[in-house]
Design a protein around this ligand. Structure first.
Ligand code: SF4
Length: 465
């Protein structure tokens, strides 16, 4: 079977190799009818803001939009857990006709009274954009009445793609930043941006920074607290993980408060080490001992994980991996991580990659690799069969694709329950890949390869061979 590629999507797929110059269209709206793997604007904003654990998160819209609830997101909190509750104004036909503002006001009043949050985020969904509720006015009124920041998040689902949701979230966060007292913040201090504390990963990172002698002012947004974010403009440096989610906030903070930012990654050995060295280099004028402390940290952490990784590599050498993730930045680190395991990445794609991201992917991948933007299940299935993939790394929407094709799956998205960041995260990742790829279950559920696909199709339609 040939890959099913819609004409309109041809320029969003690239095969490395040959004489064609690299070009990949991206950041455009998904094709109607192609069933994109990408979520809507509202979801993008919710992904970013939701891990702020002491804030109220109210979805202004029909109940279905609130489906992204606590049970499928892995962001954990070291304290309050208000973010684990999912609230919706549950707009109905009557509200669509007469307006949802009274319902929103009433919901905010009741919820703020009941849960005493430190702030409230109100998410606009498609229907709110259509009926034109004045969320700004309702939020202003409720801020005055309750004394906490009530912040509208302008994230109508139809407004663009998931990246527009990141922007809406950053604009909402920007209203909070700069409102707190920065007294007592160390000159050697950072904010962690774009990490969501999946399975407690921020705690791993914070322990590294603590050992380096760096103060973390705010986590934006994993295990986030409203008060920390409000004073985060007092930090000396912003570290931005993930290419999309919080980069705009970092840019806003640079413009408004003069805080520089650096792109980093805590996934994989090299990227984690390089990120920590980057921070050490930034502060070494102010703290001459920081580089040595960082080198010791890296040395100790590597010594603890390398022997086991080396053992697992013996079984994984030569196997094929496919990656389809939200932000392309994560894919860079994953490619390097797979190389450590002796594996080859044959397919890589993302929901929200930029032109710059894809250029970088093209530069670091091997010949023959398929690079894809904003894919759909048909394309992904066909490529996985064609490339004879052993493990597919993705999120909740990619898991059934892998299992239906008899391919191993590794959850690397917001639903994951395993910490995969930092050095210990690399070991967890290697263990998960090893367990999955070498599992005997594949003897009972044989992989659907390109070579045996014709037979599979015949069987499915009831023809005898
Ligand atoms: S696309 Fe619109 S209706 Fe659908 S989940 Fe997103 S906000 Fe809700």
């Amino acid at each position: 079977m040939e890959p099913i590629i819609f004409d309109e999507r041809k320029d969003q797929i690239y095969r490395k190799g040959g004489n064609e110059p690299f070009e990949l269209a991206c950041n455009r709206d998904s094709l109607a009818g192609a069933v994109s793997q990408r979520a809507c604007v509202f979801c993008g904003s919710r992904v970013v803001l939701y891990p702020i654990a002491d804030a109220l998160h109210l979805v202004h819209g029909p109940i279905g939009c609130a489906a992204y609830t606590w049970d499928i997101r892995g962001s954990v909190s070291s304290g309050p857990e208000l973010h684990r509750l999912s609230f919706s104004t549950d707009l109905r036909e009557r509200d669509v006709i007469y307006g949802g503002e009274p319902k929103l006001e009433e919901a905010l009043r009741e919820l703020i009274k009941r849960h005493s949050p430190k702030a409230a985020f109100v998410y606009s969904t498609c229907i709110v954009g259509i009926i034109g509720d004045d969320m700004e006015a309702v939020c202003r009124k409720m801020t005055e009445e309750t004394g906490i920041p009530v912040i509208p998040v302008m994230s109508e689902g139809f407004k663009g793609n998931k990246r527009a949701g990141y922007m809406a979230a950053c604009q909402a966060l920007d209203r909070l930043v700069g409102t707190g007292d920065t007294t007592g913040i160390s000159p050697i201090s950072i904010n962690i941006l774009g990490d969501f504390n999946l399975a407690g990963e921020i705690w791993i990172l914070r322990s590294y920074f603590e050992r380096m002698g760096v103060e973390v002012v705010a986590n934006v947004t994993g295990d986030g607290r409203v008060a920390d974010i409000a004073r985060s403009h007092g930090a000396a440096l912003n570290l931005v993980q993930c290419s999309g989610a919080t980069q705009e906030l970092a840019k806003m903070m640079e413009e408004q408060y003069g805080i520089p930012y650096k792109h980093i990654s805590y996934l994989g050995i090299e990227d984690t080490a390089e990120s920590l060295y980057e921070v050490a280099r930034f502060f070494q004028d102010k703290d001459p001992g920081i580089m040595e402390r960082t080198q010791n940290l890296v040395r100790e952490e590597l010594a603890a994980i390398f022997p086991e990784i080396k053992e697992m590599r013996k079984d994984l050498e030569g196997k094929n991996a496919a990656i389809y993730v939200g932000g392309a930045f994560k894919a860079f680190s994953l490619i390097k991580a797979f190389r450590h395991l002796g594996m080859k990445v044959v397919l890589v794609g993302s929901q929200t990659g930029t032109e710059e991201d894809y250029r970088e992917l093209e530069a670091i991948t091997d010949e023959g690799t398929i690079i894809v933007d904003d894919s759909n299940p048909l394309e992904l299935s066909a490529f996985i069969k064609e490339k004879d993939v052993d493990i597919f790394v993705g999120g909740v929407k990619e898991r059934p694709i892998a299992y239906k094709l008899g391919v191993g799956f590794c959850d690397h998205n917001h639903e994951r329950k395993e910490a995969l960041e930092g050095f210990v995260g690399m070991l967890n990742f290697a263990r998960e890949v090893h367990r999955t790829v070498t599992s005997p279950v594949w003897n009972f559920m044989p992989r659907k390869r390109k070579s045996n696909l014709a037979q599979t199709v015949k069987t499915a339609v009831g023809e005898s061979s």
